[in-house]
Design a protein around this ligand. Structure first.
Ligand code: CAA
Length: 241
């Protein structure tokens, strides 16, 4: 039996690719999702990976959900904090709700999920915490003050926690995807995508979710034990951090 991995937002987009790639490597995988029952059911049907529904923005739900996953599969050894949302708007139009929704999911959600899993990783002297940040947390982005703040926060969280995990055999890393070909891109107007974003990507295309999943598989492996506190960029050369 392989190690046990939990992927938040693991039934769609980049998360689904990560769940599938980890399963293919022999991990026992649990995938969480926040709301789309239909997509989660289809994902389980296709992959055999069990899904669990709760909001990563709700601390008590995370504690209860992690306990359920651990009762079903065993202690979580690899946590992939992938769940994320956008609520893009120029700053003069952004609402307090759009600010809070993004911070609660994309930043506080990372705390809420890591906190209940961390003590077990420390006791067992092994763990992998991999957080999907974003190129836009590194460089900033028009209409994303909320998203960029949360994703930059994920990088700070990663760097700080890596220093605490190091003595306990736990690595803590972030991946910063660039623009990846998923449903999230459908919120971007076609004109902005074609005239503003694509010309900024030197490889001349969007990334694929599988290309992010490969980074996760590498960071999760035993062979990556010397890599901690790192930020891996996978952005087609769009931003050189
Ligand atoms: N860069 C530069 N300019 C941009 C832009 C961008 N990314 N996105 C929009 N604009 C410009 C538009 O071209 C438009 O300019 P003009 O007025 O000269 O035509 C102007 O901003 C739109 O201003 P409005 O006040 O009318 O904006 P709006 O209230 O209608 O909001 C928007 C529109 C929400 C900003 C929409 O254009 C949008 O979604 N833009 C894309 C933002 C973006 O790139 N988000 C990243 C999503 S991908 C992601 O988040 C995943 C990841 O990790 C990489």
């Amino acid at each position: 039996m392989g190690r046990i991995a939990l992927v938040t937002g693991g039934s769609r987009g980049i998360g689904a690719a990560i769940s599938k790639a980890l399963k293919a490597e022999g991990y026992a995988v649990a995938a969480t999702y926040g709301g789309n029952d239909e997509a989660a059911a289809a994902f389980t049907e296709e992959t055999g990976i069990k899904t669990y529904k709760w909001s990563v923005g709700d601390y008590d739900a995370c504690v209860a959900g992690v306990a359920q996953v651990e009762a079903d599969l065993g202690p979580v050894e690899v946590l992939v904090n992938n769940a994320g949302i956008t609520r893009d708007a120029p700053f003069h139009k952004i609402t307090p709700e759009q600010w809070s929704q993004v911070i609660d999911t994309n930043l506080t959600g990372v705390f809420n999920m890591t906190h209940p899993i961390w003590p077990g990783m420390r006791e067992r002297k092994f763990g992998r915490v991999i957080t999907i940040s974003s190129i836009n947390g590194q460089k900033g982005q028009f209409a994303q003050a909320n998203y960029a703040a949360a994703k930059a926060g994920d990088i700070g969280f990663t760097k700080a926690l890596s220093q605490e995990g190091a003595r306990a055999g736990i690595t803590v890393n972030a991946i910063c995807p660039g623009y990846i070909n998923t449903e999230m891109m459908s919120t971007i107007p076609e004109k902005v995508m074609n005239e503003v974003i694509l010309p900024q990507i030197p490889v001349g295309r969007l990334g694929e979710a599988d290309e992010i999943a490969r980074c996760v598989v590498f960071l999760a492996s035993d062979q990556a034990g010397f890599i901690t506190g790192s930020t891996i960029s996978a952005n087609g050369g769009q931003y050189l951090a």
